[in-house]
Design a protein around this ligand. Structure first.
Ligand code: A2P
Length: 283
């Protein structure tokens, strides 16, 4: 698995296995165990996914040295502000029980973001968190919040796929050497993306499936990708993207698919309150 360097010197595997919506009823343990068996070395969870315990157990039981597995988790907005964030970080560390967390993100950009960030910075200094970053920050939210931070995030995890390439955000982040992590890198399975004629023709040329072409394009374009699949063959296939390379011309044609629009707008009024209402991770 290829890794790339973050702006704090740590490295991260470019493809990760996401566990959003997988229940903590044995399913997460099985999914993560299977993913590790087929070669994933990067698992992306969150406090608000309610499955950190099983991610941690699968990693501990895998027999793979801890240093070889990159674990990401995220602080939920219910725990924002400096003091609550310190507790939230410790809760994630205790649920995962994997010694440290490789990357810890502020899951959503609402409420006391700066206070929560300060707690992440301190936990990084203490070695509890190796790298820290943010998520769901549009260019406007990035400029608003990051100007209040003492240190630069290592990543911003956002929705990103060939129809929504985040070019404006990427200009800002590239200048600060901040990496984008793409969630919904396959457009959340949108048929018009997976069946796109350009992607389809490249799939035939390279003897890969459409999903692999999309992921290859994204990784070759400098992104870290978090594809989601429940299908064992596609789970394995989605990391089998390192034995071919798109030409510069093909990369340009793929860049031409951008429409500049995604499905989630973090700037929607009331979004923070709505999310807080929807996901309560403790009393
Ligand atoms: P499945 O679980 O049946 O594999 P995203 O990662 O953008 O959220 O997209 C996830 C969706 O894309 C899921 O519906 C998943 O379905 C589908 N998917 C995952 N990998 C591939 C692939 N390699 N080719 C086509 N569809 C895929």
């Amino acid at each position: 698995m290829e890794r790339i360097k973050l702006n704090d010197g740590n490295t991260i595997p470019v493809v990760g296995f996401g566990v959003f919506l997988i229940p903590n009823d044995g399913s997460t343990y099985k999914a993560v165990s299977d993913a590790l068996k087929v070669g994933y070395r990067h698992i992306d969870t969150a406090a608000a996914y309610f499955n950190e315990e099983e991610v941690g157990k699968a990693v501990r039981d895998s027999g793979i040295p801890r240093e070889e597995i990159f674990i990401t988790s995220k602080l939920w907005i219910q725990d924002y502000g400096y003091e609550p964030a310190k507790k939230g970080i410790d809760a994630s560390l205790s649920k995962l029980d994997t010694g440290w967390i490789d990357l810890y993100l502020l899951h959503q950009p609402y409420f006391d973001v700066a206070g929560a960030w300060k707690a992440l910075e301190e936990a990084k200094k203490e070695g509890k968190l190796k790298s820290i970053g943010v998520s769901n920050m549009t260019p406007r939210l990035w400029n608003k919040y990051v100007s209040q931070f003492a240190t630069m995030p290592a990543v911003n995890q956002v929705e990103c796929n060939p129809f929504f390439q985040q070019r404006e955000l990427r200009k800002i982040l590239d200048a600060a050497d901040v990496k984008i992590e793409a969630y919904f890198p396959l457009g959340h399975g949108a048929k018009n993306l997976l069946d796109n004629p350009l992607i389809d023709s490249l799939a035939k040329k390279y003897n890969k499936n459409s999903g692999q072409i999309i992921l290859r394009f994204e990784v070759q374009d400098g992104l870290i990708v978090l594809p989601k699949s429940t299908n064992p063959a596609r789970i394995a296939g989605n990391i089998d993207i390192f034995d071919f390379e798109l030409t510069q011309d093909e990369m340009e044609r793929m860049r031409g698919l951008d429409t500049g629009k995604g499905t989630h707008d973090p700037e929607t009024p009331g979004m923070g309150e709505m999310l807080l209402e929807k996901f309560k991770i403790h009393d």
